[in-house]
Design a protein around this ligand. Sequence first.
Ligand code: MN3
Length: 233
Amino acid sequence: MDRRSFINQTALVTGGLALAPNIVWSKSNNDIFKRPTLPYNFQDYEPHIDQQTMQIHYEKHFKSYTDNLNKAVKEDGLKNKSIEEIIVNLDVKNSFLRNNAGGYHNHKLFFESLSPNPKERPNKLLSDAIDTEFGSFDKFKELFSAKAATVFGSGWAWLILKENGRLAISATHNQDSPLMTLVEEPGTPLMGIDVWEHAYYLKYQNRRKEYISSFFHLLDWEIIDERYKNGQG
Ligand code: MN3
């Protein structure tokens, strides 16, 4: 809890309890979705991604998607659903839920995949699958980087596991998730790069390609190995 909500909550508990106990509890303890706690400091990702970008990205952008998602699930009666269930089943016309559920899940995957001391290569299981699909790990990086570089406007590039068990490189617009049925190439996201300008503009400005190559210095294959293994069922 940040300091302001702590103060608000304390004020309600100490001053408002007798008058409106239900408001006390509806205002606190009810955030269903939380951002993962980062095991590193924001400056630890330097020089690949600068401290200020990481901090604003996590504390402002990611927080805003998370807060809005929590608001949306309360209003839409989706309290007991997992984020994956919400995304797979969402009404695509509900743009508030679509943007914020996608934004939450995409950013969770992104921040969980980055480490200042990453495992730099996938394990044998995933590495073999990458070789089969793309030829080699280096070829995969080349194709993935090209996909990320050519996302027009704001969006994401992904390594996904398709329903048929094969890997693919795909892209989504805005905060759409590969889990959404409306996207061109659906699948389970194993890892993704955020190519919204807020993810790199302070350090790289219009040099998106440099940011993409820096991203690979932080990408931790340990968690991606794990996601792939789980996706194998
Ligand atoms: Mn972002």
